[in-house]
Design a protein around this ligand. Structure first.
Ligand code: ZN
Length: 271
């Protein structure tokens, strides 16, 4: 319902404030979640606080790493619809705004809980996928890792469980399932970025579950400023400098526009 979503114009002062904070920041990073991709037609499969993909209708075990090991066919049957949705999705204005913020020099990295590759497709260069990515798949027997894009497109067509070219083992997409460890190298890089940042712009995440709460707490402990853009309130709102409860695909482009305006005026004042 359109009317339930506050229009960004109701948040004009907050958008200005967020843009000013980004302009003053020395090192800012963005942190994104499922809410960033809902406008691209990708539903949020996560239940807050319980990790990735626990809400698999009818097959509760399929979203867990144990369920995958026991019955990869059940996982893939469910995963087929999800994969098709992702392969057909396009980045929306929020993804594009974040890639522009990076290109304009306002943010250094995007840390994301999404595995849908839409940040990269929107042009973001430095993306840290803390819940893994659909871009690669690994054999659960011999650990051979391959580019998953062709493999998944094939799988969406025929529905057959993808198998390893070398040993015939089941290929698992490199997305983090429930009860599976987070990717250590990416988590380390994400923590490093958060350690160095003086501003964290969170978008489309309730900041609960998985590594989100920990990373947000870590950022605040380091003295970083917090700008939150999310449709609904989060547990970190009281600690944030700016909170905008509105659609990320409207707010983030508005922040980009404000920054463009600010930098144009700055250039003019130097002329
Ligand atoms: Zn293999």
């Amino acid at each position: 319902m359109e009317t339930l979503i506050p229009k960004p114009k109701d948040y004009a002062p907050e958008i200005d404030q967020a843009a000013n904070l980004l302009a003053q920041s020395r090192f800012a990073v963005a942190f994104t979640g499922a809410g960033l991709s809902t406008r691209s037609g990708i539903p949020d499969f996560r239940s807050p606080g319980t990790g990735l993909w626990t809400r698999v209708d009818g097959i509760p075990e399929s979203g867990t790493i144990q369920g995958f090991g026991k019955n990869p066919q059940a996982f893939y049957t469910w995963f087929r619809t999800f994969t098709r949705t992702i392969l057909e999705a396009h980045p929306n204005a929020a993804h594009i705004a974040l890639s522009l913020l990076e290109a304009m020099g306002y943010i250094r990295a995007v840390i994301t809980q999404n595995a849908d590759m839409l940040h990269q497709r929107a042009g973001s260069q430095h993306v840290l996928e803390v819940h893994g990515s659909l871009a690669e798949a690994t054999c659960i027997q011999c650990y051979t890792t391959v580019d998953a894009r062709q493999l998944l497109a094939h799988f969406v067509e025929d529905g057959q469980v993808p198998r390893c070219e070398h040993c015939g083992g089941v290929m698992k997409p490199n997305v983090i399932l429930t009860n599976e460890q987070l990717p250590a190298r990416v988590m380390l890089a994400a923590k490093q970025a958060v350690r160095e940042c003086d501003l964290i712009l969170t978008a489309g995440t309730s900041l609960t579950g998985g590594p989100a709460t920990g990373l947000a707490e870590f950022a605040l402990d380091q003295g970083a400023e917090l700008v939150i853009v999310n449709l609904t309130p989060t547990i970190f709102d009281s600690a944030a400098q700016v909170v905008i409860n509105a659609d990320v695909s409207e707010v983030l482009p508005a922040i980009v526009e404000t920054l463009r305006y600010l930098s144009m005026n700055k250039e003019k004042s130097h002329e």
